[in-house]
Design a protein around this ligand. Structure first.
Ligand SMILES: C[S@@+](CC[C@H](N)C(=O)[O-])C[C@H]1O[C@@H](n2cnc3c(N)ncnc32)[C@H](O)[C@@H]1O
Length: 331
């Protein structure tokens, strides 16, 4: 079970002990927080596009380590509506985003980058808290941006369908950047290089890393409860549970320290959270993939198997870890 858990752990969320630091490397540990992840009542609907989007048309640009991986972007593009429903049904993503917003200054007059903005949840929460801000959503998956536009219609938001490598990003100036459940997709070095030019002196960068994307938490507690449930339901149905893709390589302390110091960023806050989450959420997360639990299933059989998994997961909870960071930009 433990082996299986490790095999599958990374793909649950691409998905944080408290450390407060006045300077990079001088961190003080505070107690970890424990919270309960619950289900939010109703997912919102998607509709058409609006006016504020900009595409990355810098076709002549040289290969860039910041260029989003097309295979990963395609996955998020295909599951955009499913992801939006998931993150509005279960409050773990709201918790993660809200904690990042909590770390930022009480007033943020100006533009705030939402890196890997997905379907717009973080930006909505940011604008609810900071009506004085404008959100700049940087998100390479068209499908995600289409959904985000509906949630942010008539709000001060701009949409950039690209990664941080996009030419229009170079011209931005922002008081802060926030990246919830998305920093795992970026290399720290080029990301902080771009951010050192975009974030105003004394501005802030807040982001989090799920347990399996951070070397200090990879292999620890995580979203594993769905595994024995899915295995049993598949076995009973005579179906082979789909093999997981390769595990991610977790980001390291050395990578983070080197990249941030090289570009003059100062670690201000580092905090680890442990949230109690229903195992049903893990089932729902996996079910975003239409080829799960096995490719080629009849829709009615697939629905029935997933329903059975949810019923068996009912009442079970597990602890999810994540780590969040707040960096100050050079002055
Ligand atoms: C798990 S979603 C998180 C979305 C949102 N931040 C939230 O909290 O709901 C991760 C997002 O990162 C995006 N992404 C993937 N590669 C990226 C890259 N290189 N740069 C920026 N975003 C990327 C994906 O398309 C996806 O929408």
């Amino acid at each position: 079970m433990r082996t299986m858990a490790r095999r599958y752990a990374w793909q649950i969320v691409p998905i944080s002990c408290v450390i407060l630091a006045g300077r990079t490397g001088s961190a003080t540990k505070l107690p970890a927080s424990k919270n309960r992840v619950t289900r939010d009542p109703k997912p919102r609907e998607h509709d058409d596009r609006s006016q504020h989007d900009v595409e990355n048309r810098d076709d002549a640009a040289a290969p860039n380590p910041m260029t989003p991986d097309p295979a990963k972007v395609r996955i998020w593009d295909e599951r955009a509506r499913a992801y939006d429903a998931l993150c509005r049904r279960w409050n773990v993503f709201t918790l993660l985003s809200t904690r990042l917003i909590d770390m930022l200054p009480a007033s943020l007059p100006g533009d705030v980058l939402d890196i890997g903005a997905g379907s717009g949840l973080t930006s909505e929460l940011l604008l609810d808290r900071h009506p004085e801000s404008r959100a700049i959503l940087i998100e390479p998956a068209h499908g995600m941006v289409d959904v985000a536009r509906t949630h942010l219609a008539a709000r001060p938001a701009q949409f950039l369908v690209m990664g941080l490598d996009g030419a229009p990003v170079r011209d931005l100036r922002a008081v802060a950047a926030i990246a919830s459940a998305s920093m795992q997709f970026l290399d720290f070095e080029p990301a902080f290089d771009v951010l050192s030019r975009v974030i105003e002196p004394g501005g802030h960068v807040a982001f989090n890393l799920w347990y399996h994307h951070w070397e200090e938490t990879a292999g620890g507690e995580g979203m594993y409860g769905w595994i024995p449930i899915a295995e049993a339901v598949c076995r009973e149905a005579g179906v082979e549970l789909a093999a997981p893709p390769a595990r991610p390589v977790p980001k390291t302390r050395a990578q983070l320290t080197n990249a941030t110091r090289a570009h003059g960023f100062e670690l201000l806050v580092e905090e680890r959270d442990h949230d109690l989450s229903p195992v049903s959420y893990g089932v729902d997360f996996m079910a975003m993939d239409r080829q799960w639990p096995a490719p080629g299933l009849e829709p009615s059989q697939r629905e029935s198997m997933i329903r059975t998994m949810r019923e068996r997961a009912e009442g079970q909870v597990e602890s999810l870890g994540s780590t969040r960071f707040l960096f100050g930009a050079p002055r």
